[in-house]
Structures are given as C-alpha cells and as structure tokens.
Write a protein that binds this ligand. Structure first.
Ligand code: NAD
Ligand code: UD1
Length: 358
C-alpha cells in the first residue's frame, strides 16, 4: 500500500487522493522522538506514535501537539508485543516508519546485556515482522556513532565505510540491528532503509517546552552540566584532562536535537532514492572538547559551570567526529545550529523544567 503511493506527490507530504502521508514513529515520547514528531507534524506528515513510556512521559506528547498545533495519534504499547503492533498497522494507513524505540544507557547495557538485546533487537524483529505483514517497507532507523567503537584519532572524520567495532552491549545491539536490516534489505522484498548514525544529540526545542529528561543521575555531559547550572547538582566532573588534545579533554561532535529531527524529515523524503540498506552519519563535522562545552554552557547560563577535572572514564574514545558529507549529498541535509545555539536552547529547557516532565 505504501509502495503504491510513492512518487505521486513526494515534494509535499501528501499522497493518494491528496491525503497526508502518515509515519509511524516508535519511541515517539522520547527525547529525539518528541522533537522529530514536532518537525514531522509541522511539515504536514500525519504521525502515529507508539511508546511504552519506559524512559519517557506522556506529557512530552501533549507538548508535541501543542507546539505543532496539530494532534498526534498515539498508542501505548511495547514494541515486542507483535499483536499490538499489527493492530496499529491495521488501523492506520502507514506509509513509512521511524524507529527510535529502545534502551540507550551504555553502563546499564553492560550490567544487563540480555535486557538490551531483548528490548533493542527484539523490538526491531517484532517491528520488521509487522511491517512485512502490512506491506510497509520504508524505514528510518536510529543508529549511533557508537557502531564505530573507539577509533584512533587519525581515523577522523568518520565516514560511513569506516570500520565498525562496537565495544558495549548497547553498541552491539545497534550493530546487530544494522546487520539484520542489511539481511532483510537483501531479500526480494522492496525494503528501503536509512540507518542514521547520530553523533552526540544535545540541546532542546527552542520553545523550552520539550527536551531531554534523564532519569536519575545523568550519564552524559550536557544534561549533567545543565543540572549543575540549575543547582540540581553541585559540580561537573570532567573525565580526564590529560588526553592528547589541545586542552587535554575529549572531543565529540555535538549536534542540536532539532537538527537531528530535521535529518529524519529529510531522510523520509530521501527514501525514494534508496535501494536496500544505507547508513548515513548525522553529525556536524565539528569536534568540541569537554572544556569548550563547559565554556559554552557557562556563556548560555550567564555564570561559569562549576567543574573539576577528575580521572578518565574507562572506555572513552579520545576524539570522535563525523564526516557529514554523505548526509548533505544523499539527504540534502546539514546541521545549521552551533554549540552556542545548543547550550542556549538546552539551558532554556533546563531552566523552565528543572525537574524535567515531573
Ligand atoms: P529515549 O530513551 O529518550 O527514547 C526512546 C523511547 O523508546 C523512550 O520514550 C522509551 O520509553 C521508548 N521505548 C523503549 N523501549 C520500548 C519498547 N520496548 N517499546 C516501546 N517503546 C519503547 O532515547 P533517545 O535519546 O530519544 O534515543 C532514541 C533512539 O536514538 C534510541 O534508539 C537511541 O539508541 C538512539 N540514539 C540516541 C542517542 C542519544 O545520544 N540520545 C545517540 C545515538 C543513538
Ligand atoms: C555517549 C555514549 C555513546 C552514545 C553517545 C551518543 C557512553 C559511554 N557512551 O557517548 O554510546 O553513542 O553518547 O550521544 O555513555 N563527560 C564528562 N563528564 C560527565 C559526562 C561526560 O567529562 O559527567 C565527558 C566524557 O568523558 C566524554 C564527553 O564528556 O568525553 C561526552 O560524554 P557523553 O555525553 O557521555 O557522550 P559519549 O561518551 O560521546
């Protein structure tokens, strides 16, 4: 059914009989999912979201509809529940799927690897089965730069054909799923799959209404720094000051979450040009050190963010950043927001919602 609609009115988000095209978004209530739903709704896509709220809040979905000024269809379900996913496809005329749902905490994945394989790989198997039964073969998948592992500095910037080598159970679930997607795309079914490998998504919607809402102590740099700035935590630990970088701290490719969201809109529109499976980096191509992030956060907040250099975090790569050329060439997309935009928007979200959605 989705296939028949292709090529009819792709420039607009409308299909057969002028109806809006509809995308199923898994993990719609999550950090990247919620921002992407706003961008999709604003672009004219109809959206049906699914989430089990394992790591998110229904409030995020209310705010998505408020920001977009349009309703979002939603089903609360676990993706591993095949019958529930079949029912979504039976009820909704879905043209394409964006698959965000999954678990993402590296440390937890080391402690509970089976939970990660069951949730991330199991959900994807369930979803692909339901898509096949419904005759929907267009998919955008949330992958991660973690599939590249901890490459040497001289391997930067990373291109899509750079060697993969996931070093955590979480990273391996992403790699296994990519391999599974390559396997299904190699069948005679008409799959068109874009696997978007995000670098470090940070920031928040400029309205300050939706953003990242980590449960407990944040594992990642930006939410931790912002919780220090808002007074929820005392001081940021900078993990390692003796790396072989200009200021001794690790370098990453931080990308605004709204740029990531817009990358998904571009990916949906580019699916027509995809044959089988294709990985694409979503990064800025610019590396920033931890101390540069801390300084940018201080500029956004208006006062320095308290921090102290401590021991290295085991397993951290020194320098990781993307070559974003393929995204520009294949999706016509590039990131447009810089580190200061990221910090200003993340700070607005943090200030307005010091306890997240709670
Ligand atoms: P998130 O935790 O905010 O969102 C994931 C959503 O999936 C949550 O709302 C959660 O409740 C839902 N979910 C989890 N298991 C589910 C299940 N079995 N059934 C239904 N819903 C389920 O995470 P995010 O940051 O928005 O990440 C989205 C995707 O992007 C994930 O697949 C993640 O691995 C990937 N990714 C994230 C980052 C990042 O830094 N945020 C980087 C690279 C890749
Ligand atoms: C993390 C994930 C990775 C995922 C990526 C996407 C881990 C170990 N890795 O990567 O799988 O693909 O996010 O966003 O979680 N830092 C501090 N103090 C802190 C927190 C972080 O100094 O309190 C430093 C880290 O050492 C690192 C940088 O900040 O150098 C970024 O860390 P983080 O935000 O956790 O992202 P990654 O480690 O790049």
């Amino acid at each position: 059914m989705a296939r028949r609609l292709r090529g009819i009115m792709d420039a607009m988000s409308t299909g057969e009989n002028g109806r809006s095209r509809k995308v199923l978004v898994t993990g719609a209530a999550g950090y990247i999912g919620s921002h992407t739903c706003v961008v999709l709704l604003e672009a004219g896509w109809d959206v049906v979201g699914v989430d089990n709220f394992d790591n998110s809040s229904p409030v995020a979905l209310e705010r998505v509809a408020e920001l977009a000024g349009r309703p979002i269809d939603f089903v609360e379900a676990d993706l591993r529940d095949s019958a529930a996913i079949d029912a979504i496809f039976a009820e909704h005329d879905v043209d394409a799927v964006i698959h965000f749902a999954g678990l993402k905490a590296v440390g937890q994945s080391v402690a509970e690897p089976l939970l990660y394989h069951d949730t991330n790989v199991g959900s994807t198997i369930s979803l692909l089965g339901a898509m096949t039964r419904a005759g929907v073969f267009d998919l955008v998948f949330s992958s991660s730069c973690t599939v590249y592992g901890s490459p040497d500095v001289d391997a930067m910037p990373l291109i899509e054909s750079s060697p993969t080598n996931a070093v955590s159970p979480y990273g391996r679930t992403k790699l296994f799923i990519e391999e599974m997607l390559q396997d299904v795309a190699a069948t005679d079914q008409p799959w068109r799959v874009l696997s978007l490998r995000y670098f470090n998504p940070v920031g928040a919607h400029p309205s300050g209404r939706i953003g990242e809402d980590p449960v407990g102590i944040p594992n990642n740099l930006m939410p931790y720094a912002m919780q220090v700035a808002v007074g929820v935590r005392e001081e940021l630990s900078v993990f390692g000051g003796d790396y072989p970088t200009p200021d001794g701290t690790c370098i990453r490719d931080y990308i605004h979450v709204v740029d990531v969201a817009e990358g998904h809109l571009a990916a949906l529109d580019a699916l027509d040009t995809v044959e089988g499976f294709e990985p694409i980096n979503l990064g800025t191509g610019v590396g920033s050190s931890v101390l540069e992030v801390v300084a940018a956060a201080g500029r956004a907040v208006g006062t320095p963010v308290a921090h102290r250099i401590v021991d290295r975090r085991p397993g951290d790569a020194v320098t990781v950043y993307a070559d974003p050329a393929a995204a520009l060439q294949r999706l016509g997309w590039k990131a447009t927001r810089d580190l200061d935009d990221i910090c200003v928007d993340h700070w607005r979200w943090q200030q307005k919602n010091p306890n997240g959605y709670r």
